[in-house]
Every structure is written in structure tokens, then in C-alpha cells.
Design a protein around this ligand. Structure first.
Ligand code: CTP
Length: 403
């Protein structure tokens, strides 16, 4: 069975579509999954915990402040002891809470605390789905990496209104679950990967630092894409505001020197993908105390020192991974600079992108890259960073087979 041994935490929020959640529990179990249900207060107005408990053959979790449940598993464990969190139906209200990080009941607290992938099946009146706040919240949730199934177009259960808002059918939700949990072939199963991502912060003094515009989106997406292909991924991330990707071990560092240590200490590995926008320079001797303005004095000079080149170190290391991939952030002569970088850094592949301000790549959500390797140059179209990540992960898997 496709979902054998998989654990699903099913959050049922309020809405007439909650009646379909009963069937969903049955379908998920038919496919081999175990289902642990959480119900919001509103959900209990539509279906009873008794019915949910009977179908799931287990305890139904209802309260954040239930002493018994907190002693038994606790909401943090509830949030993590699962392979996937499914929210079906996801009401407009619960989506709003998720988008804003509210956690005033068990369902929302679990959603905020989880580090597992989350799939939501929205269900609401079409006017509510189309309303500007719901549009904004859906966008936010997508950006946060929440997966969606539906809503579908069709007749509403409670009125003869039609439009988009109907919850996906239980079997459609099961397919989405299978796709997320199984996710197809695992050509990188058993392979270890180190990915760097994000900027580094190089302190000037305890309150000031040198940084750059990297968001970490491309590196994080690559880590997630490699994990989806079965790789055991360690992501070494500089300071970013995006969440840690699911299915990946993330280590947070600040400075280039810390990033280098974190990477080197994880060798040997099969693959290294160095995506971080590592600061080339750090402040030669960062001050232990905040540097004060001195009236009448000129500003203090900033003496810079060169940072270690992490990609180059890995590319020439005695425990060099079989496949070393680097990025080249260029604003001019992308191909020639990329080629030179391949050589100089000891990489097998360079993903070169044009980061001129007009491209919006740095900090943006799209990317247009050229893949430079001994095999030549491959130019990819303008793609979302997730898609660049998926393609790159597939290419890495294929190249690894050749070595
Ligand atoms: N890189 C690294 N450590 C550094 C600098 C860069 O690991 N200290 C890696 C980046 O993660 C990226 C690649 O090197 O994979 C290219 O980064 P880039 O900044 O373009 O290279 P530079 O060597 O700084 O080249 P240039 O100064 O020509 O831009």
C-alpha cells in the first residue's frame, strides 16, 4: 500500500465540508496510513469527536490545555510525531491564523509548532475564498511552503452558489498525500549532501554587521529538492527569514568562518552544493564593544580581511565530495566568469546567474541560470526558484550516476 507505515496528523477545522473528513480518514487508512485527528471547536459543531475517533481508531485531540493530553503526548510532540500534517477542511479562519502565526487553540498551535510538511484542503464559500484577506493569506501560506489541494470549482453544499471554494474530494486529497509522501523515484537514497544557503553576516561590532541581499530561497529550495529525491541533506544556512525546509537537517550559522567549519565538519559527503552568498570579506578585527561616534573625529576606518572560500576549500579538500556544485553570482560576462570559477574553485558544475539589479534575482523568487560544466553550457529558461531547484536536483542525480 502506498501509505504503509505513514503517520498523518489530520486537523479538521469548522465547515460543512467536515463531513467529508470522515470519509477521508477511512480512505487514508485504506491506503495504509495511520491517522491522528485534531478537531477545532468549530469542527465539533459539524461532526462529533465520537465519529472521528471511531473511524480513526484512536484518540481525538481537542484541547490545547487538556492536562491529560499534554501529559500523554503534548502539542509539540503531536506536531512532530507525524510524517505529514493535513488540514481538511481548512477554513478561511484557520488559514488566517496560520498565515499570521496565531496559536490560541490546539490546531493552530500544532500548525505553528510543526516541522513536518503541511497540506491544506481549503473549503469555504466562494466569496470568502475570493476575499482580499483570504487571497493574501493563501499567498503567504504558499510562500511559507504550505502545500495546497483545491479548493475546487462547483456547487456549494450549503447554498446554490457556485464558484471556487469546494473542498477537494477525499480521494483527491489522498492522491496529494501520496504525491507528497512518496514523491516518486529516490535516485539519491543513501547519498549525503551538504548545501549552503543564505548570506553571511560579518560583525563590525556587537550591533553592526556587513551583509548582502541573499534571501536563502534558492539554496533552501535546492536542499528540499535533493531531500525529495531521497538524499540525506544537511543545510548550513546563514541568517535568513524563511523557514527551515522540511525533511532536511538545518544548521544555522552567522559568519563565513562558522559556515566553513559547519561544512568541513560534515565531510565526507557524496555531494556539496554551495549556494550561499558568502561575504568575501570580514572586518579584520571586529570590535568587542559598540563603536561610539566621536564628536569632531572622522568616521572609523573599516579594515577588511579576506574570508575563507568555502567552495574552493571543499573543491580541493582531501575528502572532496564526488560532485561539487557552485554558484556564480555575476553582473557581467556570466559565461566566461562562470567558466573561470569552475576551474579556480575545483567544482564540477557552476550554476551561473545574472544578479544585476534589473533581474530581481537577489532576494526575488525567480531565477534564470546557465549550467556550466565540462559538458558545456546549458541555458535554462526563466523559472521559479523551486523549479530551478527541482531541475538541478535531477541533474545532480543524473551526474552522480555517471561518476
Ligand atoms: N563561495 C564560498 N565561499 C566564499 C565565497 C564564495 O563558498 N567565501 C561560493 C559561493 O557559495 C558560490 C561560489 O563560491 O557557490 C561563487 O561565489 P561568488 O561570490 O560569485 O564568487 P567569488 O569567488 O566571490 O567571485 P567574484 O569575486 O568573481 O564574484
Amino acid at each position: 500500500m502506498e501509505l504503509s507505515g505513514k503517520r498523518i496528523l489530520l486537523i479538521i477545522s469548522g465547515g460543512i465540508a467536515a463531513y467529508k473528513s470522515l470519509d477521508l480518514i477511512r480512505r487514508l487508512r485504506e491506503h495504509g496510513a495511520s491517522v491522528r485527528p485534531v478537531m477545532t471547536k468549530a469542527a465539533q459543531e459539524f461532526i462529533t469527536p465520537l465519529a472521528v475517533g471511531a473511524l480513526s481508531a484512536g484518540h481525538v485531540y481537542l484541547d490545547l490545555f487538556s492536562r491529560e493530553d499534554e501529559q500523554d503526548v503534548g502539542h509539540i510532540r503531536l506536531a512532530r510525531d507525524t510524517d505529514l500534517v493535513v488540514v481538511a477542511p481548512a477554513s478561511a479562519d484557520l488559514m488566517a491564523k496560520m498565515a499570521h502565526g496565531l496559536a490560541d487553540d490546539l490546531a493552530s498551535a500544532v500548525l505553528l509548532a510543526t516541522d513536518r510538511p503541511v497540506l491544506i484542503a481549503p473549503a469555504m464559500n466562494p466569496k470568502m475564498w475570493d476575499a482580499p484577506p483570504t487571497r493574501r493569506n493563501a499567498e503567504t501560506l504558499k510562500r511559507d511552503g504550505i502545500h495546497f489541494v483545491g479548493p475546487m470549482a462547483g456547487e456549494m453544499a450549503e447554498s446554490n452558489e457556485a464558484g471556487v471554494g469546494r473542498m477537494a474530494e477525499p480521494l483527491e486529497i489522498v492522491s496529494a498525500v501520496v504525491k507528497l509522501l512518496d514523491g516518486g523515484p529516490k535516485p539519491l537514497a543513501g547519498r549525503t549532501v551538504i548545501v549552503t544557503s543564505g548570506p553571511t553576516h560579518e560583525p563590525i561590532d556587537p550591533v553592526r554587521y556587513i551583509a548582502n541581499r541573499s534571501s536563502g530561497r534558492q539554496g533552501h529550495a535546492i536542499a528540499a529538492a535533493l531531500a525529495k529525491l531521497g538524499a540525506d541533506v544537511a543545510l548550513v544556512s546563514g541568517p535568513v527569514t524563511i523557514p527551515d525546509p522540511a525533511g532536511v537537517r538545518t544548521v544555522h550559522v552567522e559568519r563565513a568562518e562558522e559556515m566553513l567549519q559547519a561544512v568541513i565538519s560534515r565531510l565526507p559527503a557524496d555531494i556539496a552544493v554551495m549556494v550561499a552568498a558568502v561575504a568575501d570579506w570580514r572586518v579584520a578585527s571586529s570590535a568587542g564593544q559598540k563603536i561610539k561616534k566621536q564628536p569632531g573625529e572622522p568616521p572609523p576606518p573599516l579594515q577588511l580581511a579576506e574570508n575563507p572560500d568555502i567552495l574552493k576549500t571543499v573543491g580541493h579538500h582531501e575528502k572532496r565530495p564526488k560532485l561539487v556544485v557552485g554558484f556564480a553570482a555575476e553582473t557581467q560576462d556570466v559565461v566566461n566568469n562562470g567558466r573561470a570559477k569552475l576551474e579556480r574553485k575545483g567544482a564540477d558544475m557552476i550554476v551561473a546567474n545574472d544578479v544585476s539589479p534589473e533581474t530581481g534575482v537577489m532576494g526575488g523568487i525567480r531565477n534564470k541560470v546557465k549550467i556550466i560544466s565540462a559538458n558545456g553550457i546549458d541555458e535554462w529558461p526563466d523559472l521559479g526558484k523551486e523549479e530551478v531547484a527541482d531541475r538541478l536536483a535531477a541533474l545532480i542525480a543524473a551526474r552522480l550516476m555517471e561518476t
